[in-house]
Unconditional design. Structure first.
Length: 636
């Protein structure tokens, strides 16, 4: 990656992010909507106020009464709980909010949405109770000209908030439904997209290692945090204690953000990372324990808020540290981690600076937007990373393919040279070997100057010459096998049996041996070289003939088993001793009965051909009764 991309890209993203936050503040903020505004317990409304696209947000003009004050003027969002900054006062309890709606216009059916009323509530209009419950609430009534007193009684005992902290919205049912539907759709998308990404990371795409796991965990934590909207929207039974779950999800999100940035920026260099993760986990656990103590300790909610701000700042510093480390090391992912750190820092600053000055109308809080953009940013990083890995794998495969082709050509050339060498050597050695045998025979026949000692030496030399002749014949057989080239073809097993019977029938009659070739009842096909199959059966049949007395028999049959066929070559010969049976397929192995005539290559060639055709061969024998060779080959 070029340094130029590192320098300009993150600042550009930061500028766009700052403009986006400014846009949210002025165009999706309840505190920046046009009048009417309440004052001194009265909100004056006209019919035109109910006909606009946005609801009227009941922020200003409320009168608050609780155990310490009576009709205290306040605006919704000014105090997050009933302690109102006094650490000696419990943050929870009973509170009453009153606002007079002074309406001038024709009678209209209106609704008021109360979002996330902390604890239980009762809503009254002109002294008549309209609704009671917990969490979210909506009341619908006919608004007639004149003054109408809207009263809300709250009773809270847990959580960070108490009383009314989120401004209610007043408008026609259609207007409220439209805004609520848009917001629900936005939260649903912000929930299901990270869930899908998390499931994909954990169960489908695992090639990214720890990086993909941290990204999947980050998506899961963000989705769990965004689920709070629906928990409070539908007033689920566990909504009262869900503040601990959403806190755990938020701390988990911060933890995963730091771990993901550290992994992406540091790679295999994990120096200090585990210690930092332990510190973050301990801070998260302490904050959750403190949050659980809020209902019983009056000062816990204040301390919890300050420690949470410290936790955010600490995680930002850790994220920025690892992002800078990635930039200094020129890591490929550093442009993403640096951009993520800037997004996180700007979102944190906006969340702290606009505290009690921003609440979204249609979409998300600034911190929720920040989390969503981080999910999308690191999702883009994972996609880009996977594409880079695929390109590298493709280049590596192409390189390996070229190497394989080159090595295959070299091996083929080497095999051809070896084949030519052995062929030439076998041809050149035949003449001196046969000539030497002739000279030895001539000396023995003449008897001139041959005593008993010399005759013994001549016998030994003759045996060695015969051994060399057998080896040359075996070498010629191997050369003949190597010369068979081309592609394997489809061969009918039944036709193969008929050809074997026809080819060997005459020779078997001369040797007084009965040959029986029983083709299978159902024809099957093999993919092989016909010349190699002929060589395989030639070696098996002549191997049987050497062990066969006159009047013996050779039976060739077949049996089909699954996707393979077993071909049996059975003879009624002398059999093979048990101690020799495990070695008969070894190269140059000759049994005691064939020391004078065997080359030790016939059955080795049989095994080589069977294995080349992806099959196998074995033998079973009873001494004095005969031998059965079984060749198993795949069918096609």
């Amino acid at each position: 990656m070029k340094r130029r991309g590192i320098r300009w890209q993150p600042p550009l993203i930061l500028a766009v992010w700052a403009l986006f936050l400014a846009f949210l503040f002025y165009f999706d903020n309840k505190y920046e909507t046009p009048p009417p505004y309440g004052a001194s317990g009265v909100l004056a409304l006209e019919e035109a106020d109910l006909e606009r696209d946005l609801p009227v947000f009941l922020i200003d003009g409320w009168l608050l009464s609780d155990g310490r004050v009576n009709d205290l003027p306040t605006y919704i969002g000014e105090f997050s709980n009933l302690s109102r900054g006094d650490l000696s006062v419990p943050p929870h309890g009973r509170a009453i909010y009153r606002l007079t709606l002074r309406y001038a216009g024709a009678e209209r059916v209106v609704a008021v949405d109360f979002e996330r009323l902390a604890g239980s509530y009762k809503i009254f209009l002109d002294g008549e109770r309209l609704l009671a419950g917990e969490g979210n609430g909506r009341v619908v009534f006919a608004l007639t000209p004149g003054d109408h007193e809207l009263t809300v009684e709250t009773l809270s005992g847990a959580g960070y908030y108490s009383g009314i902290y989120f401004p209610p919205a007043l408008g026609t049912p259609e207007t409220l439904a439209r805004v609520s539907a848009l917001r629900s759709f936005a939260y649903a998308a912000a929930f299901f997209v990270p869930v899908a990404l998390a499931l994909f990371m954990f169960f489908v795409w695992r090639a990214g290692g720890r990086l993909s796991r941290w990204f999947g965990a980050l998506c899961g934590c963000y989705a769990l945090y965004m689920a709070r909207y629906f928990v409070f929207l539908f007033s689920m039974p566990f909504a009262r204690c869900f503040f601990l779950v959403q806190s755990a999800a938020l701390y988990g999100l911060m933890f995963c953000l730091v771990s993901l940035t550290a992994e992406a920026s540091s790679g295999s260099d994990g120096k200090g990372r585990r210690e930092l993760q332990a510190v973050l986990a301990a801070l998260s656990a302490a904050l959750l324990a403190l949050g659980a103590l809020i209902p019983v300790l009056s000062w816990a909610v204040f301390v919890h808020g300050r420690l949470t701000d410290f936790y955010y700042m600490f995680t930002f510093c850790c994220t920025a540290f690892f992002a800078v480390r990635g930039l200094r090391r020129n890591n490929w992912e550093s442009r993403y981690t640096a951009t993520g750190a800037l997004l996180f820092g700007a979102g944190l600053a906006a969340n702290l600076f606009f505290s009690n000055r921003f609440e979204p109308i249609r979409f998300f809080w600034q911190f929720e937007w920040c989390g969503l953009f981080l999910v999308l940013l690191f999702g883009a990083m994972m996609v880009s990373r996977s594409r880079r890995i695929l390109r590298e794998n493709e280049a590596l495969n192409n390189h390996l393919e070229e190497q394989v082709k080159r090595r295959t050509a070299e091996v083929t050339q080497l095999l051809n040279e070896r084949r030519a060498f052995f062929s030439d050597m076998a041809h050149d050695l035949k003449a001196p070997v046969f000539a030497t045998q002739s000279f030895i025979a001539a000396i023995k026949r003449s008897g001139v100057g041959v005593d008993a000692e010399l005759l013994g030496l001549l016998d030994q030399a003759e045996k060695k010459q015969q051994e060399m002749e057998r080896r040359l014949r075996g070498l010629s057989a191997l050369n003949a096998l190597d010369k068979i080239e081309g592609e394997p073809v489809r061969i009918s097993l039944r036709e193969l049996f008929w050809d074997i019977d026809e080819f060997y029938r005459g020779e078997m009659k001369v040797r007084a041996v009965r040959l029986v070739a029983r083709p299978p009842a159902e024809d099957v096909f093999l993919r092989a070289w016909r010349e190699k199959l002929d060589m395989l059966f030639e070696n098996l049949i002549y191997n049987a003939l050497r062990a066969m007395p006159h009047g013996g028999s050779i039976a060739i049959s077949a049996g089909i088993k699954a996707a393979a066929v077993r071909i049996y070559v059975a003879d009624s010969g002398c059999g093979i001793p048990p101690e020799e049976l495990p070695h008969i397929f070894e190269r140059f192995y000759v049994g005691a009965a064939n020391r004078e005539t065997g080359t030790g290559l016939g059955l080795y060639i049989v095994r080589s051909i069977a294995e080349e055709l992806h099959g196998r061969v074995w033998a079973e024998s009873v001494l004095g009764e005969g031998t059965v060779f079984t060749v198993e080959l795949p069918t096609c």
